[in-house]
Design a protein around this ligand. Structure first.
Ligand code: ADP
Length: 315
């Protein structure tokens, strides 16, 4: 099957629609000098050849179409909100401003209309990409993950500089014809580098912070199945993991899970049965806490908080 992460999520498991489903292309600017005949159109063996004959794509730069089509993540099972630990405030906000409007475009019209762009910002490894994937699967949309640095400014907009961030475009699958919608979800660890034009485009800017102690605790419980830690131990470990991101916590649990394996003698490893591998203990976690350190500095955290106060919607 598809590769899974520690949470059992498929690595590329977004959306439920194929490349032949309705797709709203980025429109090529008139002053574009690169012709639509370059690149993809000439490649007869390309799986996208059929797509290129689509009338709606006739004004689109072929290379750009190829770039985007290659990035569609459309395999495996969808990501659910429950797969994302903590972040209740962010999840609730996103449901309200993005998912419901996409599911019920008839109710969310006019003033209640959804934003065209949202930005998820915060330290690396806090679940921003997971949220992007979740939005796509929950709103029955196609999800593209495109690194902004691989896109030219003509695609993003009027030539403004986009920062290094991922841009996901979701097509609304619930509507037809002119009601088709694209939502741009930007995710960045470096919001400070966004210029004014990009900020304007990404109207709703949502801070995705480090998990608090309670969420770390639930992450540990979720990740480690066979262990002999009591509740107090788990609480202790989660408090010691101060400043750890979700990704750091996953790495910590991974490292601790190796503890029992390391205590098996090399000569025994080939014959030992699965039941004989001892449970993960609190000592494994204490050792792992030394090996896996927090990846986000306090200084960086201050920057995020400041930016959130200035531009965020949940400050
Ligand atoms: P970001 O996009 O914020 O840099 P990701 O969403 O790619 O981070 O998360 C990286 C990995 O860290 C995930 O695949 C997951 O294993 C783990 N992770 C981070 N935050 C969370 C969270 N809130 N819930 C569950 N897993 C998380």
């Amino acid at each position: 099957g598809a590769p899974k992460d520690l949470y059992g999520n498929n690595k590329r498991s977004l959306g439920s629609r194929g490349i032949k489903s309705r797709f709203i292309p980025p429109v090529r600017k008139d002053d574009d000098s690169e012709g639509a005949s370059s690149g993809l159109g000439e490649c007869t063996s390309s799986p996208y050849t059929e797509l290129m004959t689509d009338e709606r794509l006739k004004n689109i730069d072929a290379k750009m179409v190829e770039l985007i089509m290659n990035e569609i993540m459309d395999h495996g099972s969808p990501v659910a909100w429950d797969d994302i630990a903590g972040l209740e405030l962010a999840k609730n906000t996103i449901q309200e401003i993005v998912v419901w409007p996409m599911l019920r475009p008839d109710i969310f019209t006019g003033l209640r209309g959804p934003p065209k762009g949202i930005l998820l910002f915060g330290p690396p490894g806090t679940g921003k990409t997971m949220i992007g994937k979740c939005i796509a699967s929950q709103s029955r949309s196609t999800f593209f993950s495109i690194s902004a640095s691989s896109l030219t400014s003509k695609w993003i907009g009027e030539g403004e500089k986009m920062v290094p961030c991922n841009v996901c475009c979701c097509e609304d699958g619930a509507t037809t014809g002119d009601d088709d919608r694209i939502l741009v979800v930007g995710a960045t660890n470096r919001p400070q580098e966004l210029d004014e034009a990009a900020r304007r485009r990404l109207v709703k800017r949502l801070y995705i912070p480090l998990p608090d102690a309670v969420n770390k605790l639930s992450e540990i419980c979720w990740l480690i199945k066979i262990h002999d830690l009591c509740e107090e131990d788990i609480k202790n470990v989660s408090e010691k993991a101060d400043g750890y991101s979700g990704a750091d916590m996953a790495n910590l649990c991974r490292e601790a899970a190796l503890g029992p394996i390391r205590s098996i003698r090399f000569t025994d490893i080939q014959h030992i049965s699965v039941d004989e591998v001892r449970p993960i203990s609190v000592k494994d976690f204490i050792a792992a806490l030394k090996a896996i350190r927090a990846s986000v500095s306090n200084q960086d955290l201050n920057l995020y908080e400041e930016w959130n106060k200035k531009y965020g919607i949940n400050s």
